[in-house]
Design a protein around this ligand. Structure first.
Ligand code: SAH
Length: 227
């Protein structure tokens, strides 16, 4: 399962609505417009990435017609492709920059991996770690539709991070643990940021110095467990 945002009511519409704001998005462009209208997407380079990466390329075969709905979808193995609103909120909090080195935990479908790779550009690099090897395979298959040379996928326990590639400018997790793994704090550059769910909150942690961190919590999310 992915991360989903339950901060607004998500009543399914049974009546046809003429308003494009109410009707479910049927193109990637419409999905992006909805996220902009809802003010969850605001940063131009993040918006650009959402336009360039088609969510349809990351859902399972048969789910293409639901790809632009603002909800998580199963990708098997108990995992989901995260809800677009949640992905947008997390990226807006992380604010990845061109050239950044990012550690991602919980690759899943590879959707967030692709968005990160697009945002940080060819001089940056995404290191993404997934616990389930079949899902790493799925993400590899999905990412092949784009020609990223700046995304590397790994199978393993993301709780340990990837010490061999540290330090990172940013760390982002799609799975929720009981506490922030110490390895992430250690493997983060000073001045870097971690965006990760802890319990049912999204936590933003800034590393001010080797030992000093500033933490802000945003409650109201539903998460997949970090196992
Ligand atoms: N951003 C992904 C979300 C996938 S769901 C997407 O949108 O597709 C979260 C993922 O975290 C699942 O694939 C799950 O297998 C993975 N996960 C859970 N615990 C993990 C761990 N300890 N290490 C690495 N990945 C983990």
């Amino acid at each position: 399962m992915g991360v989903s945002f339950n901060g607004r009511t998500n009543v399914s519409k049974t009546l046809y609505s003429r308003s494009s704001r109410d009707a479910p998005a049927v193109t990637n462009q419409q999905l992006v417009e909805k996220l902009i209208f809802d003010k969850v997407l605001v940063t131009p380079r993040i918006i650009k990435a959402f336009k360039a990466i088609d969510r349809k390329d990351f859902v399972l075969p048969g789910d293409e017609d639901r790809a632009y709905e603002d909800r998580p979808l199963s990708i098997g193995y108990g995992a989901t492709i995260s809800q677009p609103t949640t992905v947008a909120i997390m990226l807006e909090k992380l604010q990845p920059e061109l050239g950044d080195k990012i550690l991602e935990i919980g690759t899943g479908s590879g959707y967030l991996t692709a968005l990160l790779a697009k945002i940080i550009g060819g001089k940056g690099k995404v290191f993404s770690i997934e616990r389930i090897s079949e899902l790493k395979g799925l993400a590899e298959f999905n990412l092949r539709k784009y020609n990223f040379r700046n995304a590397a996928l790994f199978v393993g326990d993301g709780k340990a991070g990837l010490a061999g590639y540290a330090p990172f400018d940013g760390i982002i997790s799609s799975a929720s643990g009981d506490e922030m793994p110490e390895s992430w704090e250690t493997q983060l550059k000073i001045g870097g940021r971690i965006v990760a769910p802890i319990g049912d909150s999204l936590v933003v942690l800034d590393k001010a110095s080797k030992k000093r961190f500033k933490e802000v919590k945003y409650p109201g999310f539903i998460f997949v467990p970090l196992r």
